[in-house]
Design a protein around this ligand. Structure first.
Ligand SMILES: [Zn+2]
Length: 156
């Protein structure tokens, strides 16, 4: 819990040690090899360039290449996952629409439910699931229910 507050001074000390080591190394280099400042900048910029290239290469190896070099079995895997996902969405839709049938009365007190405005989150959920939804509210016991129904498709 207080690991952050414990580790922070340790990291700060460590950072200072790195700076001391770099300064010492550079100082020795300047004295022994009489390096001019341009060479030092070239070394530093070269190191930064190498790091940037390493990050770019790792990014390509881990993320870009698997997508580009995807073979048949990977394609099948992705297809299976996509199918499973669409089936799961369909199952959730079925569950939501079947459980909502005949929910015009409050399940806790039996009072008639009134339709109220949906929240932004409820609106988003029904958008994602491609379902019509209505938020029903009980004035007597403050019960809220989100009712889903299949969208009525327009006949051509
Ligand atoms: Zn109620």
């Amino acid at each position: 819990m207080n690991s952050n507050s414990y580790h922070y001074p340790k990291q700060a000390n460590y950072r200072i040690e790195i700076i001391i080591a770099i300064l010492t190394f550079l100082g020795v280099c300047f004295i022994q090899n009489s390096l001019d400042i341009r060479t030092v900048f070239q070394i530093v910029l070269g190191a930064i360039g190498n790091v940037a290239q390493f990050i770019r290469q790792s990014f390509e190896t881990i993320i870009i290449n698997p997508i580009v070099e995807m073979d048949g079995s990977d394609m099948v895997g992705v297809l299976l996952l996509a199918t499973a996902f669409s089936l799961a969405v369909r199952r959730v839709r079925q569950y939501l629409t079947s459980s909502a049938s005949g929910a015009c009365a409050c399940p806790s007190c039996g009072e008639k439910l009134h339709r109220i405005h949906r929240t932004r989150g409820q609106h988003l959920i029904s958008k994602i699931l491609c379902l019509d939804s209505a938020c029903l509210h009980c004035e007597k016991c403050d019960y809220n229910s989100l009712l889903f129904s299949n969208k009525v498709a327009h006949q051509a």
